[in-house]
Design a protein around this ligand. Structure first.
Ligand SMILES: [Zn+2]
Length: 68
């Protein structure tokens, strides 16, 4: 099972593995083409380097969780 967020309906959808149409390996990430319950096919990217690149792009100070 795979939890995705549908960009069309903006809802979280739990989809079965067989709904994954294709998996494409890229140097920086893996692209999953997933058949969504909304009827569309969405592409999701996953991978350590992809996550790292995203984190770097979204770098901002973490909220201070320990302050009273
Ligand atoms: Zn969808």
């Amino acid at each position: 099972m795979l939890l995705i967020t549908c960009p069309v309906t903006r809802t979280d959808e739990l989809v079965a593995d067989r709904r994954i149409r294709s998996v494409v390996n890229h140097p920086t990430h893996i692209a999953l083409h997933v058949e969504c319950p909304c009827g569309g096919v969405h592409v999701y990217r996953t991978g350590r380097r992809w996550e790292a690149a995203r984190r770097a792009a979204a770098a901002r100070p973490a909220p201070e969780l320990t302050s009273a």
